[in-house]
Design a protein around this ligand. Sequence first.
Ligand SMILES: Nc1ncnc2c1ncn2[C@@H]1O[C@H](COP(=O)(O)OP(=O)(O)OP(=O)(O)O)[C@@H](O)[C@H]1O
Ligand SMILES: [Mg+2]
Length: 245
Amino acid sequence: MLHLENLSFSVQNNGQSKQILKNINLQIERGKLYGVTGPNGSGKTTLAKVIMGILPHTEGHIYLDGEEISGKNITQRANLGIAYAFQQPPRFKGLTVQDLVKIAQPKLKNLSIRKKMRDVGLCPEDYMDRDMGSGLSGGEMKRIEIMQVLARSAKLAIFDEPEAGVDLWTIQRLVDIIVGIYKNNPEAAALIITHNRNILPICDELIVFEEGKIRLQGSQAEIWPLIRDDIVCQVQDTCRGEEII
Ligand SMILES: Nc1ncnc2c1ncn2[C@@H]1O[C@H](COP(=O)(O)OP(=O)(O)OP(=O)(O)O)[C@@H](O)[C@H]1O
Ligand SMILES: [Mg+2]
């Protein structure tokens, strides 16, 4: 469905070019759940933003169902079925939670919006009319952001650290929902950027980033045993058993 070919992204930093993504080649197929992981700063969020058209890649090609979409903007890519849930959701002053979901999916009826809110662990009575500009906690913002992507029924949904700032109980619920929608779905695929040891093993394919490049890529069965050992080492060294890489 999505094909990235020799994709690179550079920024100008103090008059010098800094390459953030280096020659990425990736094939995303329908019916699969992809887990993307790797150290902080390795380029995962940048990749998501380049796919969504938020950042313009500097070299290479992006094809969606065989069509080159490199020249298309965010709205055009969204209309083609790509959706992105931000790692740090932007705050929109003057928009209510309900407005935001309706923008994402205008056809959605109030009853369905209420159900989607409950799916992500938010009580509709308390949140439907809340302002997106201020007052919502980080975890609440994150759940609303995820709900917005789920509401879109996108053919390619990208979740950027859906677990970040979300309590453990809700993480499991969100994971179950994402898996329920995207695993073995012949129409769609999801890419989950995550450091979470519970999410990575349930993905079909794993992609490990390092310094702007894909270090490892393959089936869960092939890659998970390799990175699980990495995680164990790092957890022992730095995190005293916390479930992060
Ligand atoms: N505009 C920019 N100018 C300079 N450096 C940038 C710019 N945008 C991104 N970077 C750098 O690119 C690298 C990749 O950032 P990115 O946000 O993609 O990392 P990440 O893998 O998502 O990390 P994390 O796990 O912390 O979310 C980082 O070192 C970041 O500082
Ligand atoms: Mg990131």
